[in-house]
Structure formats: C-alpha cells, structure tokens
Design a protein around this ligand. Structure first.
Ligand code: GDP
Ligand code: MG
Ligand code: ZN
Length: 318
C-alpha cells in the first residue's frame, strides 16, 4: 500500500497510509537507496507486511519530485532532508522587521536550487505605512515567477481596497499542497501557520530561532497536517546562509541573470560596474525600466557572491 513518510528516526519511519489516513511505523528494507543515502520526510513509499514476522516494511520508494538539500562540500554530495515539497513560501514583514529584498533573493536562490516553486507573502499589512514600493517589489517578483500575496496573519479579515491577492487566495494556493515557510525571525511564520490552520495548530509566537547560533538544535524533520494543507518542519532548512554553494555555481541559482550573463563577452567576467564592456552595464541601463529590475537582482547576486567567496572552502560547514 502507498504511504508517505511523516517522521524519521534512524531506520524507523512513521508513515501515513494514503487510503486510510492511519499512521504506522515501519522499517525499510536494506537496499532501497545507495550507500550513505536515506529515506526522508515527504517520500512516497510502498509498504508490505512481511508474512513470517507480520511486520510492516517499506519495500519501494517513488521517484522524488523535488528534494530539499544542502551540499556537503568536502564530500561533494547532497544531503537530502526532505522531499516532495510543492511550495516554498517566503514570508516577509512590511513593518517590523523591515522588508529586506536581499533576504527574498536568497530564498529564491534556494527555491531554484531545490526545484520548488516559490511564492512571496507580505505579512503585517495592517501595519504597512508605504515606506517601500510594494507594487514595484511585486512586479519584480512576479516577473521572476513568484506569485505575491498580501496578508495580515493577526487580522485575516483585514482587506483594504488596495490589497491585491489576500488571505483567502493564499489559503486556496496552499490547499492540499505541501509547503515550507521560510523567513527571517519575527516576520510572523508561527502566527501565519496558526491562523491558516484555523486553530487546529498552535505554535508559540515570538520564539527566538535557535538555528545556527551554536546552540542545540533538533535533527529530525516532520510533516505537519494542518487544516487542508501540509507543512514540512525541518531545522536544517531555515538557515539563510548559502555557504554550501560554490561561488562559480551561484549564478545558476539566478536563472534570469544566468541567461543574460551567457551573452557577456568576457568568459571570466565578475559583472562589476567597472568591468568595462560587461553585458549588464552596456545592454541594461540601470535607470531604464528593464535595467532597474536586472540591476536589483545583480545587486543581490554580487553581494551574496562576495559573501560566499569570502568563505574559505575548508571552513565550509556543509
Ligand atoms: N501587527 C501584526 N503583527 C503580527 C502579524 N503577524 C505576526 N505578528 C506578530 O509578530 C510577532 C512575531 O510573529 P511570529 O509568528 O512569532 O514570527 P516568526 O518568528 O516568523 O515565527 C508576534 O508578536 C506576532 O503576533 C500581523 O499580521 N500583524
Ligand atoms: Mg516562529
Ligand atoms: Zn559581465
């Protein structure tokens, strides 16, 4: 029978049987995956009862539609933490903490790397006081393929005239899908998940994220069933750092820039303003409409590139 892995604990897996909705525990037969790999939360598997012992075993694995992973730099391999996620929900606040475009571009790079469709949710619209051009940001994001939503997690009914796509549309978008919520601490991830789950779930708000500060973090991931949608909670995916990405490969996570860069006549161009003759600075005038968009992306790219380049290979954690 078909089932989905909801939680994993070394070699034992908690699975939800598709036909009955029942949660069962099962071990996996030995040779499902290559050495060093493991089944992960989100995997769709086949379960069989072994006749001698009457034990449930995972005997097959369906091909994954997407994988959430990091690169283990030293071993040049992927460490997968979850699979089959349909949506990467990038949450941002429009008041406190302040909207930061750089954060969004970082998460977009991950979405591109993981092959997951991103959407962007502007939260705390009840506190928005026009201190940045939200319409420009949305146009920019939608040209990159990320649908945008404007909500208030605290006041889901909050619906002034100007709201473009609001809370109800977001609910429809995530319905029956598996999502991960990413965003800076304090943007309202917990509040949003609580509200969207119609009170069936209650995460603590204002909790300080402990990821990446050297403190103890859990290593397991799980899928949470909410009211009509699913979310993957995985401690390993919350970090903003792209330090597992090699500087030379970064541009492939910015497919819009990669396409333009392929026209750059210099093969080793760093696409800096002083790179004379660089396609970005000759073909796209920064003050033209198209150029403004391209340069806003190039700006994020160059900043992240500088950051990952400063990180010596031997110090990379992943
Ligand atoms: N005004 C307003 N406050 C919000 C909204 N969403 C969340 N908050 C508040 O912002 C703070 C941080 O929210 P939380 O969900 O803990 O953020 P997280 O760190 O991303 O999980 C809490 O005090 C929330 O109540 C919103 O839409 N409007
Ligand atoms: Mg939280
Ligand atoms: Zn160039």
């Amino acid at each position: 029978m078909r089932a989905r892995i909801y939680k994993s604990d070394k070699r034992q897996f908690e699975c939800k049987v598709e036909s009955t909705g029942e949660m069962v525990k099962a071990n996996a037969i030995g040779n499902l995956l290559k050495k060093g790999e493991t089944l992960v939360v989100g995997d769709w598997v086949g379960l069989e009862t072994i006749s001698e012992t009457n034990e449930l075993m995972i005997t097959s694995l369906e091909e994954r539609e997407s994988e959430i992973f990091r690169i283990i730099v030293r071993e040049q391999r992927k460490k997968v933490t979850a699979s089959n996620c349909d949506l990467l929900i990038i949450l941002t606040s429009v008041s406190k903490p302040k909207f930061k475009r750089g954060f969004i571009d970082r998460f977009l790079a991950r979405a591109s790397q993981w092959g997951i469709r991103p959407i962007v949710v502007f939260n705390k619209m009840d506190e928005f006081d026009d201190d940045f051009d939200i319409k420009f940001e949305e146009k920019r994001l939608e040209s990159l393929g990320a649908k945008c939503f404007e909500i208030s997690a605290l006041k889901p009914d909050y619906q002034p005239q100007y709201l473009k796509r609001g809370y109800e549309e977001l609910k429809q978008e995530i319905h029956n899908r598996t999502s991960i919520f990413l965003g800076q601490s304090g943007v309202g991830k917990s509040e949003t998940i609580n509200t969207l789950s119609n009170g069936t779930y209650k995460l603590k708000t204002n909790e300080i994220a402990r990821v990446g500060k050297g403190s103890h973090t859990t290593t397991w991931s799980e899928i949470i069933d909410l009211d009509g949608f699913y979310t993957i909670d995985s401690p390993g995916i919350r970090s903003f750092s792209l330090e597992d990405v090699a500087p030379d490969e970064l541009i492939s996570l910015f497919p819009d820039l990669e396409e333009i860069a392929s026209d750059c006549k210099f093969s080793n161009c760093e696409h800096q303003e002083d790179s004379k003759g660089c396609v970005f600075w000759t073909k796209y005038a920064p003050d033209s409409e198209e150029g403004e968009l391209v340069h806003s992306r190039l700006d994020s790219y160059l900043r992240i590139h500088e950051e990952v380049s400063a990180f010596p290979f031997w110090q990379r954690k992943y």
